[in-house]
Design a protein around this ligand. Structure first.
Ligand SMILES: CC(C)(COP(=O)(O)OP(=O)(O)OC[C@H]1O[C@@H](n2cnc3c(N)ncnc32)[C@H](O)[C@@H]1OP(=O)(O)O)[C@@H](O)C(=O)NCCC(=O)NCCS
Length: 162
């Protein structure tokens, strides 16, 4: 087994991909994937992406938006493409794009998008510094700037108490 000095030698640690087969255990009454099961998976992906990036425990501060564009059929292979879009001092925004794949028909559909704010915490649950993200590519810069705008909008909303 090979040993690597750092995770960065193996992974781009600000992104994470997870694929999972949608079995009948997650079906709703219509035989499609239940929204609550999808939300749980999204939260797990956000946790895995953010905590691996930080190398620390993280908690979910807010689920900022989840869009259900299309239903997901049982039997499809669902892939979660997650990335750390932005870091503040202790908070991180994780963006997740969900792709469902009909394996037999070879059709892929972008079914969901979601944004989660996670906070890096110590063993007492107190917020601690997250490693700063330095966006380099045009895509990373766009995601960073959009995430910053969303954070500012959320702070404005929470000040208005609505
Ligand atoms: C997340 C938690 C640790 C934050 O505690 P806190 O006292 O608000 O911590 P801080 O004041 O240091 O704020 C932490 C970060 O959250 C951000 N934040 C707090 N409230 C916010 C809000 N309403 N909107 C946007 N950002 C907010 C702060 O701006 C700060 O970000 P930054 O460090 O990048 O600038 C605390 O609220 C908590 O433990 N919540 C429960 C988490 C939980 O149980 N999740 C579900 C299970 S994992």
């Amino acid at each position: 087994m090979e040993n690597f000095e750092t995770k960065e030698d193996v992974f781009d640690i600000k992104s994470l991909t997870m694929s999972i087969l949608m079995t009948p255990s997650v079906a709703n009454f219509k035989g499609r994937v239940h929204g609550g099961d999808l939300l749980k998976l999204l939260d797990q992906v956000a946790y895995a992406c953010a905590s691996r990036y930080c190398g620390k425990y993280v908690v979910t501060l807010s689920v900022d938006s989840v869009t259900f564009k299309y239903p997901i059929e049982v039997g499809t292979l669902v892939t979660f493409l997650a990335s750390v879009n932005y870091t503040g001092s202790s908070s991180l925004e994780v963006g997740i794009k969900v792709i469902s794949e009909d394996i037999h028909k070879r059709i892929v559909t972008h079914t969901n998008s979601a944004y989660f704010t996670m906070v890096c915490v110590d063993e007492n649950g107190k917020s601690v510094k997250a490693p700063p993200l330095e966006p380099k590519t045009e895509v990373e810069k766009r995601r960073y700037n959009n995430a910053l705008k969303r954070k500012q909008a959320r702070i404005e909303l929470s000040k208005k108490n609505i």
